[in-house]
Write a protein that binds this ligand. Structure first.
Ligand code: MSP
Length: 517
């Protein structure tokens, strides 16, 4: 059977244009999707918009638009970001789509109802529109506000709603998470869930009175109530594949999800409510929830009131897709909060793209062109013997090994291990270790001097460098796909009968890959 990999991002609220946190999550999911594709998985990558609920309806109202017209506009701004950030999604779902999404949301409701897990109850509680959830007094700050949404004072709501018997699933979910049948990554998020489950889950309201929310999917057989936005939104992960519709081949093929990529504020919805809904409805649970940290600015949450918001559209238009992807991949840590500031961005760009990668590629291709007219062959001297340099660093001596042997045996496995654990920044660190390895190689062999004494040996040195750059281009592919393919077309590796590289037809880039900022 073919290996499959189904990966999703959270679907963003449509109340505003996309911010850095959204951009980072899309990027992270895209890297994983591209990596799995390279590894031969039949990959399906879903993203989309969470368009119902109070938050979106109020934003539309404030802008003097109907909810539908408003969310249509926001969906366009997200699509634009996806395009500019090079996000290779297969499906962009919108929860206002009555044909694609609603049948699945209705079916899961009916299944949960048939399982006896839905009941009606009068309820009074505090609701945070920012989180789109009921919040208890003990979770509030001293000023009586939601810790995540200091602009909103939670609203008191008293209604009769439908409730879902989430409490019933506490033990089941506890054991699934404990046994890693539902893997919650990283450890801190796993522990947060275990602590929550130790306290026990409470039943949750899964509908709102129609006039209170104004905008949502009617509850089957009771249009006076609309589905609670989280119940509606979580279902996107299966409705997008065809759950509830006739054309459900993708659902059969790709479900269960291999990775739901989400931020740390919505772990409970994904690792408690969602699996409980699925178990209740008789659907398999996802395999893994990957929880990333927040994008911050100067250590603070990006927020309009603090005035530290960096707009991804602005960064992309000024610095381009590849530089932005570099920063997200290497300079941000997927499982921790990470700062995005323009000074850090520019510094990292100049040091590692203009100098590091850009400089290595340009000087190697220049030497290849001027010493060998661009045609560099594997000679008897290649792969090059390591003389004075120690290719592995202080741990071992690798006298006699060639560059590509060293990379494939000692660097690639580390890169792969990090990629398998979704440690994107550490995987990228390995790529930059290889860049310094090759820089050191140039310093040690001084091909610009060697060419005057021994042309054949110089060809071996340049061949080794090109082999190294070729490996770099492969490792870069999930992170910086355009740079990867540009490098490949500059060095143009030619394979022999045994599929080993026998020569390179090198061109010097017309303009520097990464001009200094
Ligand atoms: N609509 C819900 C998700 C429903 S999924 C069934 C939602 N939307 S959101 O627009 O608020 O957030 C979308 C994603 O962006 C979430 O994974 C969230 O954690 C993430 N981020 C929001 N702000 C963020 C940062 N500042 N940094 C990184 N990611 C953050 O929640």
């Amino acid at each position: 059977m073919e290996k499959k990999f189904y990966i999703t991002t959270a679907i963003a609220y449509s109340n505003d244009k996309p911010h850095m946190g959204h951009a980072y999550e899309f990027f992270l999911s895209d890297v994983i999707a591209r990596y799995k594709k390279v590894k031969g998985f039949d990959t399906y990558f879903l993203t989309g918009m969470d368009e119902h609920g109070m938050k979106n309806a109020r934003a539309a109202h404030k802008n003097g638009m109907t909810p539908q017209a408003f969310v249509d506009e926001k969906a366009e701004s997200f699509r634009e970001l996806h395009k500019n950030l090079g996000i290779s999604y297969d499906c962009f779902i919108r929860t206002s789509d009555r044909n694609v999404h609603w049948p699945g949301a209705e079916l899961i409701w009916n299944k949960m109802d048939e399982a006896g897990d839905i009941y009606k109850k009068a309820y009074k509680g505090l609701y945070c529109v920012g989180c789109e959830k009921f919040i208890t007094e003990k979770d509030l700050t001293e000023e009586g506000k939601c810790p995540l949404h200091s602009n909103n004072i939670p609203e008191e709501i008293e209604e009769e709603n439908y409730f879902f018997r989430l409490s019933k699933y506490t033990d089941k979910i506890r054991s699934l998470i404990e046994n890693k049948e539902l893997e919650v990554v990283p450890e801190s998020a796993h522990n947060e869930m275990m602590a929550l489950l130790d306290q026990g889950l409470e039943d949750v309201s899964i509908s709102r009175k129609e006039d209170a929310v104004l905008w949502g999917i009617p509850v089957p057989n009771d249009p006076s109530q609309l589905m609670y936005i989280w119940c509606d939104a979580l279902t996107n992960y299966i409705s997008a594949l065809g759950y509830g519709r006739e054309e459900d081949a993708n659902f059969k093929k790709y479900w269960p999800a291999d990775a739901h990529v989400i931020g740390k504020d919505i772990v409970r919805f994904h690792a408690a409510l969602w699996p409980a809904m699925l178990i209740s409805a008789g659907v398999e649970i996802p395999k893994r929830v990957l929880v990333h940290g927040f994008v911050t600015s100067d250590g603070k949450k990006m927020s309009k009131s603090v005035g530290n918001v960096v707009d991804p559209a602005d960064i992309l238009s000024r610095f381009g897709t590849e530089a932005t992807r570099y920063f997200f991949g290497r300079e941000m840590s997927p499982y921790d909060d990470s700062d995005f500031t323009e000074p850090r961005f520019v510094e990292a760009y100049n040091a590692n793209l203009a100098n590091g990668l850009g400089n290595l590629v340009s000087r190697t291709t220049k030497m290849a062109e001027s010493y060998f007219e661009g045609n560099v062959k594997r000679t008897s001297e290649s792969p090059v013997k390591s003389g004075s340099i120690n290719l592995l660093g202080p741990e071992a001596s690798l006298e006699g090994f060639g560059v590509s042997y060293t990379i494939s045996n000692f660097y690639l496995p580390r890169y792969e291990r990090h990629m398998e654990k979704f440690e994107t920044n550490k995987a990228m660190d390995v790529i930059w270790e290889v860049i310094s390895l090759l820089d050191g190689y140039v310093t040690d062999y001084e091909p610009y001097k060697l060419i005057k004494i021994d042309k054949e040996k110089t060809e071996g040195v340049i061949f080794g460098l090109l082999m190294g750059i070729n490996e770099i281009s492969k490792m870069l592919l999930p992170f910086m796909p355009d740079t990867s393919s540009k490098i490949r077309s500059l060095i143009n590796a030619k394979e022999g009968d045994e599929r080993e590289i026998i020569s390179f037809e090198v061109k010097t880039p017309e303009t520097s890959l990464f001009p200094r900022i």
